[in-house]
Design a protein around this ligand. Structure first.
Ligand code: HEM
Length: 541
């Protein structure tokens, strides 16, 4: 080798060595952390690791029915087990009711979002209630809670009916244009419109106007998420992100670009709304203003002990759009899918709703007056939770109590499980909502009758906390703030649709429906592009 070659190679060798040393140090650090954790922890059974790089995450992500995979593991390894995660990490999975209660009741303090989740939420909707932990979360939540009281939702209910009648006006003209009594309508887009317009009007007195065909950048950007294809760079960035989340946030993947676009369009709307509301409220008695935006502006005032920063107020608005839009529209769409699969349930629901002779039900009637409507709604939320899992990191060593003793791989029987600071913990919501062990042998079927059984839901299900023993809205300090809002909207919209139309799959009763990737997974017709649910919608006379 001559000197020039040696000199040219020198910096490269130096960089490679430095990188190698860094990686080596990181591996040593990771192994030391791992050993420290293991020394404190109850040994737990685990499925084999198919890949050091991906752990079990990739196959789980691609699986059409992740709840079924968790069910097999729980049956094989017991109600608490570990699953291999990316780069040799692992996750502790809780399927025991008492363990889950412990987990949710200690959310935001003992169990917090992972750095990756926190950074993703911040980039999507800023530092609002969804992002906050501990005391800051408590304070933000306290400021928002009155806006979601029963009295507040009662006052908002007419907005949900107004939105539903806007769908009716649009669908009647689509059907009339066909010159028939029915038409093929892609209902998922309409459920998106109804959710977005309702949260806009009820939350901020802003009409996005999508039910009138107005273009909305917010809606368009959300839609683009479901047409994103997983790319190699996207997968690579995700894996690197698990170990180095701050690096991940800087890499411009297609997903990140959409997040940026969504953020810009939501901030624009939020800016306008905030300015208008401030102007409007100048002459009004602010103490009386119980609208979501009114409360945000009130909390923003310096006198308030719940003072929120301008950034937090903006973030709350974006959180409400995000939470109110995706989750409710997905739930309504799944409900129509289930009612197409089971026309007899659709007919029974219509028969109950035919008691409504004139006008629309009040909030109280919607809440307590239609048991079958209530059962259909809760059965949909049970089988199709829009958020399938909660994953958090333990901020301290913890002892997790169990309802049922667990046999560890070493043969010891324990009635609690020790985990270490830094352990990642997951609750599989989809499994807990649909596990035959808890809900009985027909747990995986859509059967609203289970909610009407004389002795209520099964004893085992009663051990689960959360809204009606479901984890769909989770539980504890982070339980969904908008659940009353969502239920009223779901019932109001469904009641108008079922009273006015019948629904069938476009291609007959055997149509296969699958979960399609979006911000949250959505239903779509198997083998077709995008998250679309085309149905034959027939007008009832
Ligand atoms: C069927 C519809 C809905 C479902 C299934 C649902 C589910 C959830 C879930 C699982 C969480 C916890 C998220 C987490 O642990 O990180 C949550 C939080 C939240 N939801 Fe909902 N949600 C729905 C509708 C709504 C609506 C319509 C609104 C507002 C109008 C809303 C507002 C919120 C807020 C503000 C939080 C954050 C609570 C906190 O961090 O303290 N949700 N929701």
């Amino acid at each position: 080798m001559d000197w020039s070659t040696y000199n040219a190679a020198l910096p490269t060798v130096g960089v490679v060595n430095a990188l190698g040393a860094l990686i080596g140090l990181w591996v040593v650090y990771a192994i030391a952390q791992h050993m420290r954790r293991r020394a404190h922890c109850t040994p737990l059974a685990s499925p084999p690791n198919p890949s050091f790089l991906f752990g079990i995450g990739r196959s789980l992500f691609k699986h059409p029915d992740p709840a079924a995979v968790y069910e097999q593991w729980a049956e094989k390894y017991g109600s608490v087990f570990r699953i291999p995660a990316t780069l040799g990490y692992s996750r502790v999975v809780l399927c025991d009711p008492k363990a889950i209660q412990h987990f949710y009741s200690h959310e935001t303090f003992l169990y917090q979002q992972t750095t990756l989740t926190k950074q993703s939420i911040e980039s999507l909707v800023g530092r609002g209630v969804l992002w906050a932990e501990g005391e800051s979360h408590k304070r933000q939540r306290k400021a928002l809670t009155p806006a979601f009281s029963n009295a507040a939702i009662r006052r908002l209910t007419y907005i949900f009916f107004d939105s539903a009648y806007k769908i009716k006006t649009a669908w009647d003209s689509i059907i009339a244009a066909e010159g028939d009594d029915s038409a093929i309508i892609e209902v998922q887009a309409w459920m998106n419109h109804v959710s977005l317009d309702s949260i806009g009007i009820a939350g901020f007195s802003h009409d996005f106007g999508t039910l009138h065909g107005k273009h909305s950048t917010v809606a368009e950007t959300f839609d683009s998420f479901s047409s994103l294809k997983p790319t190699l760079i996207g997968v690579a960035v995700f894996i690197v992100g698990l170990a180095f989340p701050r690096v991940m946030m800087r890499i411009p993947t297609a997903f990140r670009m959409l997040v940026k676009q969504l953020n810009a369009s939501m901030s624009e709307v939020a800016d306008d709304l905030l300015a208008n509301t401030r102007k409007e409220s100048e002459g009004e008695d602010k103490a009386e203003d119980k609208s979501i935006i009114g409360l945000l502006v009130k909390a923003e005032s310096n006198q308030s002990d719940l003072h929120m920063s301008q950034d937090e107020v903006m973030a709350q608005m974006k959180v409400l759009i995000l939470a109110g839009y995706e989750t409710t529209s997905i739930s309504l769409t799944w409900c129509l899918v289930e009612l197409c699969k089971k026309p007899e349930i659709q007919a029974k629901l219509r028969s109950e709703l035919s008691q409504i002779s004139s006008g629309d039900p009040t909030w109280d009637q919607l809440t307590n007056g239609f048991p079958y409507l209530d059962a259909v709604v809760h059965e949909t939320l049970r089988l199709h939770p829009p958020l399938g899992e909660t994953t958090r990191i333990a901020t301290e060593d913890a002892i997790i109590p169990l309802s049922t003793p667990l046999k560890t791989p070493t043969g010891t029987v324990v009635d609690n499980v020790s985990i270490a600071k830094g352990d990642i913990v997951t609750v599989p919501i989809h499994l807990m909502n649909s596990w035959p062990e808890i809900w009985g042998p027909d747990a995986r079927e859509f059967n609203p009758e289970r909610w009407l059984a004389e002795d209520g839901v099964p004893k085992k299900a009663q051990e689960l906390q959360g809204h009606r023993h479901l984890l769909t809205f989770v539980d504890g300090p982070r339980i969904c703030l908008g659940r009353g809002f969502a239920l009223a909207e779901f019932k109001a919209v469904l009641s108008v649709l079922i009273r006015n139309y019948t629904f069938e799959f476009r291609d007959g009763p055997d149509t296969q429906i699958e979960r399609v990737r979006g911000i949250l997974p959505r239903p779509g017709v198997a083998g077709e592009k995008g998250a679309k649910i085309p149905l034959r919608v027939r007008r009832l006379e």
